[in-house]
Every structure is written in C-alpha cells, then in structure tokens.
Ligand binder design. Structure first.
Ligand SMILES: Nc1ncnc2c1ncn2[C@@H]1O[C@H](COP(=O)(O)OP(=O)(O)O)[C@@H](O)[C@H]1O
Ligand SMILES: [Mg+2]
Length: 378
C-alpha cells in the first residue's frame, strides 16, 4: 500500500455517466481514483487462490473498490467482490450482486428481514398457472432479471395473464407473480448511502404507462419520505448487503412496500430532480468508511503486535526487559517466607526497597517492578 494515510480507490464499472460523476466526486476525497472497466476484468481461480486481473495484470492494491454493473455482469461482480473481500473496503457485499440483480431472491431476502413488500408468489410453471386462476386482479408478472421496467408486465384479468403465461412458459422464462399495488402509476426511488436516505424522488409514469421508471418515460420530482419509509428503505438496502443502493418503493394504502434494491443505481435522474449532489454524498461516505477502515486496521495491527509480545511476556509474568531465564530448583523457605536464589535477584536487577507488585495464585508467583495490578487480572 502507498504512503501512510494515502487513500486509493478504484471504481470498476461500465463507465456510464453516473459512474463518471461518482468518480469525479471521489477525486475530491481520495488521492487516487482509478476508473476500470468491468469488461476488462477477469477472475482466475485455482491453486494460487482467487486472483483479480485487469487487462491481464493483477489488480493493484486499493483501499476502496466500488464495483458496479448491470445484471449481465452479476456473476462477475460477485466473483470479483468475493476475491477482494477482507483485502479492501467494499461498499457492496459480494452476495448483493446476486441478490440485487434477481427480483426473486431480493423479495426472498426482504421477507427474511421483515421488510414490507407486495404479496409475491414464486412457483413452478404448473403451480403458477393455478395461482393465476385464483388470484385477485390486476397483477404484475416480472422477469427476475429485468431492469428499467423492461421485464415487468401487467395483467388486468385471468385471460390476459393466461396468454402472457403461455408466452412465458413457451420461452421457458421463470417469472414471479405479484399483487398490483394501486399507487397512481408512481413509485419512489430512494438513494440509500450507509444508514441514510440521501435523496428521494417520486416517479410518475407517462400517460398510458404503468411503469414509473425514468427509462420508461417516467418523470421524477423531489419528495420527502417520512421516517418510517426511510427506515424501510435503509432496512431493505442492508438486507441485500449494499451500503449504496437505489431502493424502489410503492406507496400503498398499507404503507411503503419495497419492490427493488438496485445495487448500481443511476444518479443522473435523481440528481436533477432533487438538486442534491448525490455523487458527492456517495464519495464522502466512501472516503469516511475507507478512512475508518484504515484506522481500525492500524490500531488492530499495533494492538496485535503489542498484544502478541505483551501476552507472550505476560504469560511468563514478565514485562519486556531482555531475555527471560528459567531456573528449575527446589523452593527454599524460612518461616513460611520464600527464599529465592540469588541468581534470580541478579537477573531481575531488583534491589532492596524496589517497588514491586507481587501477584500470586495457586502454583504461580509473579513479581514485577512497579504497580502492575492492571496487567494481571487473574
Ligand atoms: N407490484 C407492483 N404494483 C404496481 N406497480 C408496480 C409493481 N411492481 C412494479 N411496478 C411498476 O413497475 C416499475 C418497474 O418495476 P421494478 O420491480 O422496479 O422493476 P425494474 O427493475 O424493471 O425497475 C416500478 O417502478 C413501478 O412503477
Ligand atoms: Mg425499479
């Protein structure tokens, strides 16, 4: 690693405008910010352990690696993060790339974490058909890997769901069935950074459209979330393992319901809708966490080396002052007072009147210069 206190970061991404904004903001806080393309990364597994290469060269050492990419790269992002975890600060946990890019697994994880969500059905093709027959309409069918609203289909009745079902089963695509949440064709996008919602906007679908995604023509405007909705957004992000994410929420009559945790959220739309410098919020957070990790690491290393030598010496009952000699002998006593061999006196350099702490328990006596009561609690 470079100079002490120097902070080096890498953003491994597809190079979108959002990523460029984040990189530019990070340059205000980090000494070095390398922008690497996820397309040029490979992960080598084998006897030498998992190695991450960029353009054929081993990835440099970084204090922070922020990995982003679309669902097509989920397995690669997961692999890179798995190889780097513990070696650098990663704001996104490796498993978040798998969970966040799969709506089925996201809903499952949210359920485990007790995050409120629309009623969702995950079933085999055969059982899905039965569910479609008995469910209350309208409903939503979703491809687990869809993004930007592209894998989301709405059905008003069994007849429309049935034809969608036939099309989906003929192309052997798994899908999830979800209750349609009435919320005026709008949703909330909240950017969660750490344990805070740093920006939120309400997205309203264009006329004739149900999907509120900006890519589907939706318009975003700044909105304020109440504390409960903020708490739900943060809880959803944490359940997936992402310290930076875009959480999609439907505002239902039952309260906020989470439908998606996006681990590589775009920030252009929300930045212009809210006038909040989202890139700066993210960069500031990454720098703070990286610094914190460096400090804990230094403290731990110092504490470890101190502790290691201290513990080794303490186990002998002797502070670090030269080589310890062991004398095997028969104890001499006078009037219940222990008489130590003179060689011990010489080794210790103790003289009459030296202030010492004598610690004793069954089978052990330790004499140390000074007041060392805090050393041995035993
Ligand atoms: N259960 C639902 N009820 C009502 N609208 C929904 C529901 N699920 C999704 N939508 C609408 O469709 C959009 C896209 O859904 P989402 O699950 O976020 O997938 P994507 O990854 O494609 O953004 C949402 O922003 C919302 O407007
Ligand atoms: Mg979405």
């Amino acid at each position: 690693m470079g100079q002490i206190g120097e902070m080096k970061a890498a953003v491994i991404s597809l190079g979108s405008i959002s990523s460029q904004w984040k990189i530019a903001a990070m340059k205000n806080y980090f000494d070095i910010v390398d922008s690497l393309s996820v397309r040029n990364i490979e992960v080598n597994l084998g006897l030498s352990g998992g190695i991450v290469l960029h353009s054929g060269e081993q990835l440099k050492e970084y204090d922070c690696v922020y990995l982003k990419g679309s669902f097509r790269y989920a397995a690669l992002l997961h692999s890179i993060a798995t190889c780097l975890i513990g070696k650098t600060y990663l704001p996104i946990h490796p498993h978040a790339y798998i969970l966040g890019h799969d709506k089925l697994l996201t809903q499952l994880k949210l359920q485990q974490a007790n995050v409120p969500m629309p009623t969702t059905y995950i079933a085999s093709i055969e059982t899905s058909k039965e569910i479609l027959q008995k469910i209350t309409y309208p409903i939503v069918l979703k491809f687990p890997h869809g993004t930007q609203g592209k894998g989301v289909m709405f059905a008003d009745s069994f007849s429309s769901a049935s034809s969608m079902f036939d099309a989906l089963s003929s192309i052997k695509q798994p899908f999830i069935i979800q209750e349609y949440v009435e919320c005026n064709e709008s949703d909330i996008r909240a950017i969660v950074v750490g344990d805070k919602v740093v920006a939120s906007m309400k997205r309203k679908a264009v006329r004739g459209e149900k999907r509120a995604n900006i890519h589907a023509g939706g318009r975003g405007e700044s909105c304020q979330l109440d504390d409960y909705a903020k708490k739900i957004a943060v809880k959803a992000a944490q359940a997936v393992g992402a310290e930076i994410s875009g959480v999609d929420i439907l505002e239902s009559t039952k309260g906020p319901l989470v439908i998606e945790v996006n681990v590589s959220p775009g920030i252009q739309g929300i930045t212009s809708a809210t006038n909040i410098d989202v890139a700066d919020e993210i960069a500031k957070y990454l720098a703070r966490k990286t610094k914190e990790r460096q400090t804990t690491k230094t403290n731990k290393t110092n504490a470890k080396s101190n502790n290691e030598s201290e513990n080794a010496l303490l186990s002998l009952g002797i502070p670090d002052v030269g080589i310890t000699k062991h004398i095997y002998t028969e104890l001499d006593m006078k009037n219940k007072r222990i008489m130590l061999p003179s060689s011990v006196t010489e080794l210790s350099k103790f003289t009459k009147g030296t202030d010492v702490t004598i610690s004793a328990r069954q089978g052990e006596i330790v004499i140390m210069e000074g007041d060392k009561k805090e050393y041995k609690k035993a």
